[in-house]
Design a protein around this ligand. Structure first.
Ligand SMILES: [Zn+2]
Ligand SMILES: [Zn+2]
Length: 356
């Protein structure tokens, strides 16, 4: 009996360690300095808070900017309102305070496309909906999409500033486009001509002429425009991981999985906006060192609303192994792994009781 007890304790200890040793990823650069505002609330005057106002303005949460974008450092009512909408969109407690969970979300690398466009929130809080109703996909204002005469889309890469080998790019983007083609009646074909392609993919640095300058390592990672613009820009400064496992990258704190970002931005090219569903491809943020490439049910419903269903679509979009890998690395889905480990621990405990 003593031996069986020891085996149980040892097994439980290993399992507990495996569950507990999933560290929060430390990111550097980007918006990490926002953490200095932890605990701030209405009425505070905090040096540098204007930078967070610019952030919320950029992503649509503050509708207008003062002249020359000279935001004050006052935690005023407009900022409070913006913060509440942000917290609702990201399924956070709507405290109206810059609490740690809100700041954890704000400092994450993310897509440069706004969450709120033209003053209308394009994301919805999952908490205000029926829990079984997870259709939180969104479209751009006016629901722009590729016309019915244009179901065979072409894409091309800009050869300027190409920071990833072209053959690797081709492989990554072929897989990314195939994920969307598998669930719709759209097809995607690579062509050589960047000028004439429907969808044009390239790497850019800093201010590159479209009013959406990139910001260096982390922060905004990429952006893409709604139909039928076709432009898809990646921040050349990122530590892109294209042909390796981002979850084991030696520089994991800044490593960004190219395929994950590609699948997300293609969603924008097709007309999808951001979703409040954390497991959806169209969720706006992705932590460094993580991978999220499988379309979620929310993404599939949204894109099929625009373009119909692929007759060969069987209702699933991913392999189990991919889901498991995501669950072990993505903060939003790590709970899946944790729950599984708890089940194993319970089985060990029951086994020990039987032996006893
Ligand atoms: Zn986006
Ligand atoms: Zn751009």
């Amino acid at each position: 009996m003593a031996t069986s007890q020891l085996i149980f304790i040892f097994t439980a200890a290993i399992l507990w360690a495996s569950v507990s040793s999933h560290p929060g990823l430390n990111t550097s650069g980007g918006w990490e300095s926002f953490r200095n505002f932890s605990g701030c609330h209405t009425g505070d005057h905090v040096s540098g808070l204007s930078s967070l106002k610019k952030y919320l303005y950029h992503f649509g949460y503050i509708p207008t900017s003062p002249p020359s974008s000279n935001f004050s450092d006052d935690f005023d009512d407009a900022f409070h309102t913006a913060l509440l909408t942000y917290q609702q969109n990201f399924n956070l407690n709507t405290t109206g305070i810059l609490d740690s969970l809100t700041l954890d979300q704000m400092v994450r690398p993310r897509c440069g496309v706004a969450d709120v466009i033209n003053g209308t929130s394009t994301m919805n809080s999952g908490r205000s909906k029926n829990k079984n109703e997870r259709r939180l996909y969104t479209f751009f204002p006016g629901t722009p999409k590729w016309p019915s005469s244009k179901r065979e889309l072409t894409y091309a890469f800009s050869t300027q500033n190409l920071v990833i080998q072209i053959q690797v790019m081709r492989t990554i983007f072929r897989r990314a486009f195939d994920r969307w083609a598998a669930v719709t009646q759209l097809t995607f074909t690579e062509i050589d001509s960047y000028i004439t392609a429907d969808l044009r993919i390239g790497f850019f640095s800093g201010d590159h002429g479209d009013g959406e300058p990139f910001d260096g390592v982390l922060g905004t990672l990429a952006h893409a425009f709604s139909p039928t613009n076709g432009m898809f820009h990646l921040d050349a400064a990122e530590n892109w991981v294209a042909d390796g496992d981002v979850t084991t990258s030696s520089s994991r704190s800044t490593a960004i999985d190219l395929e994950s970002v590609a699948v997300h931005e293609i969603g924008h090219l097709l007309g999808l906006g951001h979703s409040s569903v954390e497991d959806a491809i169209m969720f706006p943020t992705i932590a460094a060192g993580t991978r999220r490439v499988d379309l979620g049910a929310d993404d599939i419903l949204g894109v099929q609303k625009l373009y119909g269903t692929n007759p060969n679509f069987n209702g699933t979009s991913s392999s189990t192994s991919e889901q498991e890998r995501d669950a072990s690395t993505n903060g939003g889905t790590a709970r899946v792994l944790t729950s599984g480990a708890h089940v194993v621990m319970l089985c060990c405990f029951l086994g020990w009781l039987l032996l006893y």
